[in-house]
Design a protein around this ligand. Structure first.
Ligand code: ATP
Ligand code: MG
Length: 296
């Protein structure tokens, strides 16, 4: 079986002044059809950079990315644009809907680029909106939609050209818990019912359990976190973090060591130490309810 996605020693370096850093460092990954893979990592761990490389929006400095067995480096600009259009559905971190278009026309837009007739693509957009429970929102513009509705429109748009690979950048990060779960279940259903491959990058630990495979990105390096690292829940933001990379630690009233993703969360904890539900000692599995969905 040809993997939908494979990465071999993929590296991306950025140079600022006299310093060159490996933003993405020798990543190997193979994803099969129908798999739902979640890559978790804290803010700044290069999740978006990696996803843009996988989605053929950014070229790696070295290594090979292949989609459905085709190495991207061997494709012409035109072939690459075609592959982006037909094989990949991208759900962006900030929805990226066009403000002037209603939901139907936003969803239908990528189909126009394939040459599909207007009536056919609007019909297909309508069917997708219907499936995503948005039939009564099809004439609404993005500013008339809630966050969860916008995200579902973005999912419908990602599906319009029937791609084999769906890439989602923080699809639940800006949503309340109920909308986040709805969006996640949609992505799960898409993987299970249609055999499409779904790759999500996120720092939202609430969705980790949905994955067929869960990986961890830290400083641009990909790990099987269970094998490599001990993790803990930051009691303030609810994020799962690598204990060895905690930005700050505190000792709770019952002598638990608490780990924080950032100084900001530690400062918030210091202000109101009794306000937060503490994780069970020594356990990252018993997750407290999230207190706010996205670090500010
Ligand atoms: N073009 C670039 N030039 C230099 N550095 C870059 C560039 N692109 C990304 N980086 C480095 O990578 C860091 C974070 O990358 P990225 O946005 O991929 O992380 P992320 O995990 O998606 O973060 P977030 O959770 O905040 O969305 C940037 O802060 C920057 O240091
Ligand atoms: Mg990002």
């Amino acid at each position: 079986m040809t993997p939908v996605l494979s990465l071999e020693a993929v590296t991306k370096t950025f140079t600022t002044g006299s310093t060159t850093i490996a933003a993405v460092d020798h990543i190997d990954l193979t994803v099969d059809p129908g798999e739902l893979v979640i890559i978790m990592g804290p803010s700044g761990s290069r999740k978006s950079t990696l996803l843009q490389i996988i989605g053929a929006l950014l070229s790696p400095t070295s290594g090979t990315v292949s989609i459905n067995g085709r190495p991207l480096g061997s494709l012409t600009h035109r072939e690459l644009a075609d592959l982006r259009l037909h094989d990949i559905g991208f759900i962006f971190q900030g929805f990226n809907l066009l403000d002037a278009l209603n939901a139907t026309d936003n969803v239908a837009a990528p189909a126009a680029l394939t040459g599909m007739k207007r009536s056919a693509r609007r019909l297909r957009a309508q069917v997708l909106l219907d499936q995503l429970d948005l039939a009564d929102r099809s004439h609404h513009r993005p500013d008339q939609l809630s966050g969860g509705e916008k995200q579902r429109v973005a999912i419908a748009r990602a599906l319009i050209n029937n791609p084999s690979l769906i890439l989602a950048d923080e699809p639940t990060a800006n949503l309340d818990a109920a909308s986040g779960y709805q969006v996640l279940h949609l992505l799960q259903d898409i993987a299970a019912a249609t055999g499409k491959t779904v790759l999500i990058v996120t720092h939202d630990h609430r969705i980790a359990d949905a994955a067929d495979r869960l990986l961890w990105l830290t400083d641009g390096v990909l790990h099987d976190r269970h094998a490599d690292f001990a993790t803990a829940i930051d009691p303030v933001c609810g994020m799962e973090i690598l204990i060895e990379r905690a930005a700050a630690t505190r000792t709770s009233g019952d002598s638990q060591t608490l780990s924080f993703c950032s100084q900001l969360c530690a400062d918030k904890y210091d202000l109101r130490p009794n306000f937060y539900d503490l994780p069970q000692a020594g356990s990252a599995v018993n997750r407290p309810p999230i207190n706010h969905p996205q670090r500010s």
